[in-house]
Design a protein around this ligand. Structure first.
Ligand SMILES: Cc1cc2nc3c(=O)[nH]c(=O)nc-3n(C[C@H](O)[C@H](O)[C@H](O)COP(=O)(O)OP(=O)(O)OC[C@H]3O[C@@H](n4cnc5c(N)ncnc54)[C@H](O)[C@@H]3O)c2cc1C
Length: 306
């Protein structure tokens, strides 16, 4: 009952503005978000790398409807990538990019040009890019854009969502040599004609997709905190002859940090999705929707500040 309401609130620009204006709101989001600027992102990346983890940095922002804003997002990525290179972190830290943040809803070719600029900056820095997946109305445009970017950089990462009926077939298409594919459950409210609605159905779909990716010749990026899926990934990797570094576990910053470090200590590659920036509201609301118990965490933090 709560999840659809929280996800609807996540899309409200008015609530976003109000939440960002709350006194102390920046400090509240610190568990999930590195901070508001590139220096914050760099500082937290450095700590995670020192703990044996890899990172994918996300400059927060989505649903850009203005060319100037789309350009500012590209400049922010160029800036953080240059900083990563000079800090010597580019071999451990890549970036994640949302196409709506660089104008997908405004003009597809604008978003493609912007994504090309981010990929060029990542290449110059010595790292790469993964293109996040948004709601199902953007799936085709996103995968088509990734295919175009891959002509320049075959290792540009694609993301697929196990809750969509189409995803097992997408995994088969994407599992070719050199391809990096992040498999997640999916974070948006999607209708029953395109997406599985029950938790068990989504998990079963995830397992089918995972098997396709593990048996394929690309690099599976196993994005989940679900203990059963983490165990299944380890088992499938062993069965398909993948070494610990031939696939990645990926988790969100602030979620199951002990498990992140346990897997890394075992020798697995573990990459942390680390968002930063002023536009934290939509991201944070999707994390609340996944686990409404986090509402208590925020309510408590807010109360302690009032
Ligand atoms: C690296 C990464 C990148 C992602 N990229 C995308 C993307 O591009 N597009 C997209 O739609 N989705 C993305 N997601 C989000 C994903 O789709 C899920 O919404 C999210 O990962 C929760 O699913 P889960 O597999 O962890 O399973 P769940 O069943 O939601 O959770 C399993 C367990 O993990 C813990 N947990 C999960 N979420 C939380 C939380 N918010 N707070 C506290 N504990 C929690 C709990 O212990 C829970 O029991 C990404 C996730 C990760 C890890």
């Amino acid at each position: 009952m709560l999840r659809p309401a929280i996800l609807a609130a996540a899309r409200s620009k008015r609530l976003g503005v109000a939440a960002r204006a709350l006194p102390g709101s920046r400090a509240l989001v610190g568990r999930f978000v590195a901070g508001v600027d590139a220096d914050d992102a760099l500082a937290v990346s450095r700590e995670l790398v020192a703990d044996g983890l890899h990172v994918t940095l996300d400059h927060l922002g989505e649903d850009t409807t203005d060319r100037g804003q789309a350009d500012a997002v590209v400049v922010a990525y160029e800036n953080v990538l240059a900083l990563l290179a000079s800090a010597g972190l580019a071999d451990r830290v890549e970036v994640s990019l949302k196409l709506t943040a660089v104008g997908l809803d405004l003009d597809r070719s604008l978003a493609l040009d912007a994504a090309h600029r981010v990929v060029a900056a990542a290449t110059a820095a010595g790292t790469t890019v993964t293109v996040d997946m948004e709601d199902h109305t953007r799936t085709d445009a996103t995968l088509e854009t990734v295919a175009l970017l891959r002509r320049e950089r075959p290792d540009v990462g694609a993301v697929v969502q196990a809750y969509l009926h189409r995803t097992e077939a997408d995994c088969a298409d994407l599992a070719g040599p050199g391809s990096r594919v992040r498999l997640c459950k999916g974070a948006y409210a999607e209708p029953a004609d395109v997406a599985y609605q029950g938790k068990d159905e989504v998990t079963a779909s995830y397992l089918r997709c995972l098997e396709v990716l593990m048996r394929g010749s690309g690099r599976p990026l196993v994005a989940t905190h679900d203990p059963a899926l983490i165990t299944a990934a380890g088992r499938l990797a062993a069965e398909t002859g993948r070494g610990a570094t031939d696939f990645e576990y990926q988790m969100l910053h602030g979620i199951r940090p002990d498990e992140q470090r346990r897997l890394a200590a075992e020798g697995s590659t573990v990459r942390i999705y680390l968002p930063y920036g002023e536009e934290w509201y939509g991201y944070l609301m999707r994390r609340l929707a996944e686990r409404p118990a986090n509402l208590t965490f925020f309510a408590r933090a807010l109360a302690s500040r009032s």
